[in-house]
Write a protein that binds this ligand. Structure first.
Ligand code: NAD
Ligand code: WQD
Length: 338
């Protein structure tokens, strides 16, 4: 079984490639290296003992997708390739629509023509916005996200529902909460380019002395310690969920299938709890200051992951501290490379 993994040298993609290889899938990676680096392919090989086929193609170019599908018999696709910076998407919305949606449609056009099914899409809890109730299950009403990035996720879901219905295809929409951590070998992890926007990369760089102090965006939220709450899920746990979701799609006898799963731990952690967990896990200090709230931020979001547990036999197993330990080991590895 050969699986096309787009964005397979990226953060979540590279961990998922390793899990697919462990489960005896053949993997073909497409990644234009716009937010990743070639050494990740070498490290995938070090971790798994296998080197997947790799194409540095930009998926906006449909003729390259054709070329690749002529060369490989593909049984399914996990589509990670996208731009993901929320703030940047507000400044360059058309780049986000082009990169996140044209690429998706290009892939689906080729899959439609070649009779390929089994498509997994990286969606996000951002499609729920500030939900009226916690925890968030899959029936929670969606809200139009504020950011153009978030809109590409909601639109991507709709495109895939239409694709499945019109062409009798099987799709799985995976709504990630907040992925964190790195591979236990410290050979794979997130590569934040420039100043990180996300909490854990910023905390890590602050502990490493690259940033002077963390700005905590608001301590006047209606939560126990006043800081905002999220569901931080370990990236390897998340990667394993993709394999389960794919196996389920492939095992189904129905031609048309639309699966939707929330992938989180089910536990909410505040910003201050993450900072303390990082300090405890790694015995380092994370200097911080309290600042005004960040525009567009929500107060709280954590998953009800019961559907994924029941239908996929999957649940997150790694604690926040364990995940944050791997982040620190990855940071130390990156320092040996620079
Ligand atoms: P990432 O940036 O590390 O990985 C995406 C990869 O896709 C990168 O390696 C990039 O080079 C590649 N890529 C981008 N555009 C491409 C194109 N046109 N052609 C070929 N390759 C291209 O991001 P990630 O954190 O691994 O996220 C993976 C997916 O999960 C994305 O779709 C993202 O929106 C989604 N997601 C991420 C998070 C998160 O917090 N990391 C949360 C929810 C959803
Ligand atoms: C987490 C908490 C911040 C940085 C974003 C996207 C979302 C999804 C995940 C892809 C918030 C606080 C952060 C800092 C801070 N991505 N924080 N100081 O906001 O839940 O979601 O990433 O789909 O779409 O919007 O994640 O890591 O940016 O922030 O205090 O320097 O940490 O205010 O409360 P968020 P995050």
């Amino acid at each position: 079984m050969a699986i096309l993994v787009t964005g397979g040298l990226g953060y979540i993609g590279s961990h998922t490639v390793v899990e697919l290889l462990h489960n005896d899938f053949d993997v073909v990676i497409v990644d234009d290296l716009s937010n990743s680096e070639k050494f990740i392919l070498d490290n995938i090989e070090k971790v798994s003992g296998k080197r997947p086929a790799f194409y540095p193609f930009d998926l906006k170019r449909r003729e390259l997708i054709k070329q690749l599908l002529d060369a490989h018999q593909i049984d399914g696709c996990i589509n990670f390739a996208a731009f993901k910076a929320v703030g940047e998407s507000q400044e360059k919305p058309l780049d986000y629509y082009e990169n996140n949606l044209f690429t998706l449609v290009n892939l689906l056009q080729e899959f439609k023509e070649r009779n390929i099914s089994n498509f997994i899409f990286s969606s996000s809890c951002t499609v729920y916005g500030q939900a009226d109730q916690q925890p968030i299950d899959e029936n929670t009403p969606l809200k139009l996200p504020e950011s153009s990035y978030g809109k590409t996720k909601q639109m991507g879901e709709e495109i895939l529902k239409d694709f499945a219905t019109a062409y009798q295809k099987r799709v799985s929409l995976l709504r990630y909460f907040n992925p964190i951590g790195a591979h236990s070998t410290a050979l794979l992890g997130e590569l934040p380019i420039g100043i990180p926007n996300n909490l854990v990369p910023y905390v890590t760089q602050t502990a490493a002395g690259i940033r002077e102090k963390l700005s905590i965006w608001g301590n006047d939220y209606p939560t126990a310690d006043g800081t905002a709450i999220r569901d931080y899920i370990y990236v390897v746990d998340l990667a394993k969920a993709h394999v389960k979701a794919l196996q389920k799609l492939m095992a189904t006898e129905e031609d048309t299938k639309i699966d939707i799963y929330n992938l989180g731990t089910g536990n909410g952690s505040s910003v201050l709890e993450v900072v303390r967990a990082f300090e405890n896990a790694n015995q380092v200090k994370v200097p911080y200051q309290i600042c005004e709230r960040r525009a567009g931020d929500i107060t709280v979001a954590y998953a009800n992951p019961a559907k994924a547990e029941k239908e996929l036999g999957w649940k997150a197993e790694t604690t926040l501290e364990e995940a944050l330990r791997t982040t620190w080991e990855w940071q130390k590895y990156l320092e040996t490379r620079s």
